[in-house]
Design a protein around this ligand. Structure first.
Ligand code: LMG
Ligand code: NDP
Ligand code: PMR
Length: 382
């Protein structure tokens, strides 16, 4: 229970937990965070050897001074949150970023225009809508000889205006196939690589969202996330002999996205339960704030794209800039104080991080187990 009872006990607006909503005033006045981040980065710069060379074990003596650069894979680093996170981490001079992207040229241009210097990043091809591509990426990554210290599952697609489902190479509905199943296979395979890393704080981060959490106002805007009994997932989301939707219902692109985010948040917790003690890896998810200007809304109607940013800025006050959101995710990657595992991070109005509560469904351990088991069958791991 514990985690999941807030939507029941609080007085509610549209069935929404007001206390959760008020506690998490997601405004963009981010002064404290910015200051902290700068100070930390300043300190870090002085401690870091400026090299992107692969792992060398460090003697424990004077570890701070000689700590090698961390090696972080970020999926979907060619725009939005992923790019802003890559930029924030590169600026710290503490990380080498492997930008795992489906469009090499776009990623190269993005890295350049964000001012990320060459020695701080490598682009590697990854199309999450193809499991072959995921496996190929893992092979290529291993061949590169780099260690894997942190993996950030960030890429996503959102298809709110689609009338009919579209599909991944293996025939899974595209949003759940990309956002959840592609990342599921990627993170399962790369777990072994993370286990081998000698980095002091290894982390696997899966980006979640408020809109998948029905214990919030935003999560109650229809269509709401709901995995149901997962009969569609069990059937392979192929839209032929099974529904394209996890719950087995009619296709709805906005719901498919929100469901995929619930799968992301459940997967993070299942990783935590299965592997945290054994591996010491920190598993985490987060809601970075409403980054209303990113490419995520590229498929939405132009009027929405025009009105959504001011709506979030002035009415909900949930808006955050890409830069600010990137700093938040960079904290989850790198901040020494955010090592707790199994946590869904959010930020309050001063941009200080706090452990947020997931909705009942997004913290249901039975559902997490079921998502895990059905997903491993679909991606060929079981
Ligand atoms: C679906 O629509 C789409 O069909 C689907 O494609 C996908 O996008 C999906 O969740 C994503 O949404 C949901 C639809 C139904 O909601 C709307 O489309 C609502 C209207 C559009 C608003 C979108 C925001 C974009 C910017 C508009 C801003 C304009 C300015 C606002 C007013 C300005 C005034 C100065 O949703 C509903 O049925 C709505 C019911 C939602 C229930 C829960 C929330 C209720 C909130 C009530 C009040 C909150 C205060 C906010 C407004 C204050 C205004 C003063
Ligand atoms: P963007 O569209 O800007 O970024 C998404 C990234 O995912 C892009 O780099 C895109 O690549 C990549 N991508 C999409 N499909 C694939 C694929 N098949 N293979 C590899 N990469 C792919 O959106 P955001 O930055 O907003 O989204 C980033 C994350 O943040 C998502 O997980 C989203 O759910 C989450 N989020 C976003 C919020 C927001 O308000 N924007 C709020 C809460 C969470 P390409 O550049 O080639 O298109
Ligand atoms: Mg939402 C009250 C706060 C709040 C927050 C933080 C968000 C975030 N939204 C809020 C409220 C509302 N939204 C309200 C009251 C409405 C009805 C007017 C509303 C509508 C709305 C739409 C139509 N909102 C949306 C959409 C989208 O298409 C976006 C979406 O659902 O993408 C899946 C979206 C979002 N609102 C958010 C956030 C973070 C999103 C998009 C990104 C995401 O969850 O990943």
């Amino acid at each position: 229970m514990g985690k999941s009872c807030s939507s029941v006990k609080d007085s509610a607006l549209f069935g929404v937990s007001l206390s959760d909503y008020l506690k998490a005033d997601f405004s963009s006045s981010a002064l404290r965070c910015k200051r902290d981040f700068k100070q930390r980065n300043g300190a870090v710069r002085a401690q870091t050897v400026a090299t992107d060379a692969p792992a060398v074990s460090q003697s424990p003596v004077d570890e701070k001074k000689t700590l090698r650069k961390g090696s972080v894979v970020i999926t979907g680093a060619s725009s939005g949150l992923g790019l802003a996170t890559a930029k924030a981490l590169a600026e710290s001079e503490k990380w080498h970023i492997i930008m795992a992207c489906r469009d090499f040229l776009k990623a190269e241009r993005a890295a350049k225009s964000a001012g990320i210097s060459k020695e701080n990043y490598t682009i590697m091809h990854l199309d999450l809508a193809s499991l072959d591509s995921v496996r190929q990426f893992v092979d290529n990554f291993r061949r590169s000889g780099r260690p894997l210290d942190v993996l950030v599952c960030n890429a996503a697609v959102y298809l709110p205006t689609a009338k009919e489902p579209t599909f991944t190479a293996e025939g899974f509905e595209l949003s759940t196939g990309t956002n959840h199943l592609g990342h599921f296979l990627l993170s399962r395979l790369l777990l072994d690589d993370m286990k081998k890393s000698d980095y002091p704080s290894k982390r696997l981060i899966i980006v979640g969202s408020i809109t998948g959490n029905t214990n919030t106002l935003a999560g109650n805007v229809p269509p709401k996330a709901n995995l149901g009994d997962m009969r569609g997932l069990a059937g392979g989301l192929n839209g032929l002999n099974s529904s394209a939707m996890v719950d087995g219902g009619e296709f709805d692109g906005a719901k498919a996205y929100k469901d995929s985010k619930v799968c992301n948040m459940l997967t993070m917790q299942q990783f935590h339960r299965r592997y945290h003690e054994e591996t010491g890896i920190t598993f985490a998810s987060l809601y970075p704030g409403c980054i209303a200007t990113t490419g995520l809304f590229r498929e939405h109607i132009p009027l929405f794209r025009l009105l959504f940013p001011p709506f979030q800025k002035y009415i909900t006050k949930g808006f955050v800039s890409e830069d600010e959101a990137g700093k938040r995710l960079a904290q989850v990657v790198s901040d020494p104080s955010l090592t707790k595992s199994g946590v869904y991070w959010s930020w309050n109005k001063d941009s200080a991080s706090f452990e947020n509560q997931l909705s009942q469904e997004a913290s249901d351990s039975e559902k997490a187990r079921k998502v895990w088991e059905l997903s491993e069958k679909l991606v060929g791991l079981a």
